[in-house]
Design a protein around this ligand. Structure first.
Ligand code: PLP
Length: 380
């Protein structure tokens, strides 16, 4: 089939036309339970009425004016976000990779303003921070980096258990996903050690909460507190929105002209983000993610999978390649995707029902059984 797109995506053979709640419909009219949510974006499912209403109201008022001016909905969104963060200030952009770019620039400017310029950024093995050049340089896997060199300088890659020991007076920051997403839904267990090492050497600790943040893991944001947090995905309620949240200590490092984005903090995206954030906070959906996540984990484990992750961010390993299971789950009406190459990844909506979680488990168990017994199966 000829395609108008550059070949960056290996898409599933499925054309989707609409969404409603936790379900999406294909072009032939079949409905699927969406257990991947646009890769952790649709935290409240599809077309949440309050998010829809906020978007419609904003579309009828103002689409875009740039950051040359003040816009009420953008300010209210930023205030809600920084209140949730416990203070500090935010820079708004359009995606996860941009949020991380902004976070790196803030890190470097912070040290530079203190008269102690530092370049070194430590990242963890199996990290994924995005696809632009700096974010790609901080994503230490050949699969993503191959053929794009030269990459950015100053990045050091650490095994999780070695990272704290590598922090020195030269280190500008340690970047870490509290739960690695593309790296296989793996929680990083050395956050306290990293906090301590950064404090001891004047380095900054940055959390990339783009996939795991805002409640998905069962926690709104992770502890111990970092100096900077990158957010995106769920933040925009389905519209493109990213954020670099800075604690008061680093917030002054950016001055007018230091950074910017034409579309960053677009009013319609902010209206969707504000409604989404209010619902997550009002309905205490982080706790709901923890409860539903425990149910999902138990079901996947009962089916025999080796499960990693936290809350509603889980990877199920079966000892066989995930793709045949993913295809068979789709045939059974449930959409998932891989994580870290060898796991089936579940990223359901925060407001899923218990029955929907059980349907995901049943589809997984059935699809795994089918895949295992298929001729030529790679099952061990
Ligand atoms: N950081 C993490 C942890 C991610 O999971 C992703 C995307 O999957 C990104 C950064 C990049 O975000 P985006 O695709 O919005 O640029």
């Amino acid at each position: 089939m000829t395609t108008p797109f550059l070949h960056t995506y290996a898409r599933y053979p499925l054309e989707l036309v609409q969404g409603e709640g936790r379900r999406v419909q294909d072009v032939e009219g079949r409905w699927y339970l969406d257990a991947i949510c646009g890769i952790a974006v649709n935290a409240l499912g599809h077309r949440h009425p309050r998010v829809q209403a906020a978007i419609h109201a904003q579309v009828d008022r103002l689409l875009h004016v740039s950051n040359l001016y003040h816009v009420d909905v953008q300010r209210r969104f930023a205030q809600t976000l920084t209140r949730m963060y416990g203070g500090g200030a935010v820079f708004l952009c359009n995606s996860g990779t941009e949020a991380n770019e902004s976070s790196v620039k803030l890190v470097r400017k912070y040290h530079w303003r203190r008269g102690d310029p530092r370049a070194e950024i430590i990242v963890l093995k199996d990290a994924f921070h995005g696809r632009t050049f700096m974010a790609l340089s901080m994503t230490p896997r050949a699969r993503y980096q191959e053929g794009f060199g030269p990459l950015a300088e100053g990045i050091r890659v650490a095994a999780h258990e070695d990272a704290a020991g590598m922090v020195s007076e030269k280190t500008a920051a340690v970047f870490v996903e509290p739960i690695q997403g593309e790296g296989g839904c793996r929680p990083v267990t050395v956050l306290p050690e990293l906090r301590e090492a950064c404090d001891a050497h004047g380095a900054l600790l940055v959390y990339d909460e783009i996939q795991c943040g805002l409640g998905r893991s069962g926690e709104l944001l992770h502890e111990p507190r970092p100096d900077i947090t990158s957010l995106a995905k769920a933040l925009g309620g389905g519209l493109p929105l990213g954020a670099t949240l800075a604690s008061p200590k680093v917030a002054e490092a950016f001055q007018p002209g230091d950074h910017g984005s034409t579309f960053g903090g677009n009013p319609v995206a902010c209206a969707a983000g504000l409604a989404t954030l209010e619902i997550i906070l009002e309905e205490n959906l982080a706790t709901r993610c923890a409860t539903l996540g425990a149910r999902l984990r138990m079901g996947l484990e009962a089916a025999g999978a080796d499960v990693s992750g936290q809350g509603l961010m889980l990877g199920a390993r079966t000892g066989m390649a995930p793709t045949p299971i993913i295809h068979r789950m789709r045939d059974r009406g449930v959409l998932v995707c891989p994580a870290g190459g060898d796991a089936v990844r579940f990223l359901p909506a925060f407001n899923s029902t218990e029955e929907e979680i059980d349907d995901m488990i049943a589809a997984f168990a059935g699809a795994w059984e089918d895949a295992r017994s298929a001729p030529g199966s790679s099952a061990e």
